[in-house]
Design a protein around this ligand. Structure first.
Ligand code: BGC
Length: 472
């Protein structure tokens, strides 16, 4: 190692140590069932739309699937040991709906329920708080066959599934997230077809799926509360800081439409009880059947908002996704392996955007992280992902700044705990703070994980009671 690299690393570690965040701030890492579990048919699990989608030709960059992924279904104990080594306070994970209800509704699968019992008990024994997400994109295929998120019935099935999960785990799990990123799974899955279920129905598909998914969220919130009196219930949105590419009124209007579709459509519905007027007018005939009671259902009060933030979007007028009619401009700068601009300020701006406009009681950064090309273990046995390590410090400094200004940000989850199946990118763009050798399933904490452990275990945020992370 050259002395300049060594001194850069020392400087980064010093910045990590001196981060100031509010007392009680939660540090965690996040995953999603389909991206890590594998074992798609084990113990009576039903097929999901991702199991089906990955079988199609040409949809996944490397032709792979989540069939094995991190084999977390069998290696979950090892993953909890990694979390302990990282000094995490919390772990955000999702349930595979079709493990619990193989057909999405009706017959429950006791062995599927038992898997998450073991995982939750293991987390609690390790002193790690479970943050449970009910839906991270893997709809049971049987429900897709009946219309999926185009059908109001899916929303009702979702609420029933939420109630059953809450009844099973609510004695031990208090943090509940209904949906992860409805914008992404509704639009990428139904408008452009890049994600499961692979439908290419344009904006009409995106809007219809979004409304029914939000309805499912709104029905699930009281269903969870009915089972768990002290539940803290929220939803996770992927939000972007949207900027117009120029002051040209056409670009400004396109940026406003994009912000309306990705951010305001979801935030207004949940926090203001109605969809934004400009977007209702824009979608017009594309809108699904929105019934009079739907707005109130969707606006069921939540305890927190989870924000997944990966980038800003610089938008000009264009032709994508009519009637949104935008194009994305790539400002000069550095970009991740999935071509997202690395721009730390986005996290500060988005925290202010949601806090200033919607005033949620609490905000969690439920995902933030960066993709690289696949990494190798160096001869000294380490994975030196300096770019990612710096990314975390840079972004957490922005969180610290927003928190210092009074934004109620209560925690931060790194995306992601371990390298895993990155949807349409397969295994070509890992995001993990822990490296996984997919041939051997050996896990190895990367340099970024070590930096994260410093922050989680030794940063200024620490209360005296917090054990320091045990890392060499
Ligand atoms: C999703 C994750 C995904 C990550 C990185 C988020 O959109 O919730 O499942 O892996 O971004 O692309």
């Amino acid at each position: 190692m050259t002395s300049s690299i060594a001194s850069e690393r020392q400087a980064l570690e010093a910045r990590a140590r001196s981060l100031v965040l509010p007392k009680g701030f939660v540090f965690g890492a996040a995953t999603a069932a389909y991206q890590i579990e594998g074992a798609p048919q084990a113990d009576g699990k039903g097929e999901s739309i991702w199991d089906r989608f990955c079988r199609l030709d040409g949809v996944i960059a490397d032709g792979s699937s989540g069939d094995i992924a991190c084999n977390h279904y069998h290696l979950w104990r090892e993953d909890i040991a990694v979390m302990k080594d990282l000094g995490l306070d919390a772990y955000r994970f999702s349930l595979a709906w079709s493990r619990l209800f193989p057909l999405g509704a009706g017959r429950a699968n006791a062995t599927g329920f038992a898997f998450y019992d073991r995982l939750i008990d293991g987390l609690l024994e390790a002193g790690i708080e479970p943050f449970l997400t009910l839906y991270h994109w893997d709809l049971p295929q049987a429900l897709q066959d009946k219309g999926g998120w185009y059908s109001r019935e899916t929303a009702e099935h979702f609420a029933n599934y939420a109630a059953a999960a809450a009844a099973a785990y609510g004695d031990r799990v208090k943090r509940w997230t209904t949906l992860n990123e409805p914008w992404t799974f509704c639009w990428s899955g139904h408008a452009t077809g890049e994600d499961a279920p692979g439908l290419n129905d344009g904006a009409k598909g995106g809007v219809s799926a979004s409304h029914h998914a939000l309805l499912g969220h709104g029905l699930a919130v009281p269903a969870i509360r009915a089972e768990i009196a002290d539940a803290s219930v929220g939803i996770v949105f992927d939000l972007n800081v949207v900027e117009a590419a120029s002051s040209d009124p056409a670009d400004v209007a396109a940026a406003r439409r994009f912000d309306g579709a990705q951010n305001r459509w979801f935030l207004d519905a949940v926090f203001k009880g109605r969809y934004p007027d400009d977007m209702l007018a824009l979608y017009g005939k594309l809108l699904p059947d929105i019934r009079p009671q739907d707005n109130a259902i969707i606006a069921a009060p939540v305890d927190y908002l989870g924000v997944n933030i990966y980038r800003r979007s610089v938008i000009a007028e264009g032709t994508e996704l009519a009637p949104l009619n935008f194009q994305r401009i790539q400002p000069e700068g550095s970009y991740s392996a999935v071509n997202y601009e690395i721009w730390p300020r986005c996290i500060y701006d988005i925290l202010h955007y949601v806090s200033d406009n919607y005033a949620p009681k609490a905000i969690f950064i439920s995902e933030n992280g960066v993709a690289t090309k696949p990494e190798t273990v160096s001869s000294d046995g380490h994975v030196w992902d300096d770019l990612r390590a710096k990314y975390y410090v840079d972004h957490l400094e922005e969180v610290s700044k927003a928190a210092g200004e009074g934004v109620p940000v209560k925690g931060y989850f790194a995306w992601t705990l371990t390298d895993n199946f990155e949807w349409a990118y397969g295994y070509t763009t890992p995001f993990g703070i822990t490296h996984v050798d997919f041939a051997t399933q050996v896990r190895r904490i990367k340099y970024s994980g070590k930096i994260f452990a410093i922050i989680a275990g030794e940063g200024k945020t620490l209360t005296e009671t917090k054990p320091s992370a045990r890392l060499a």
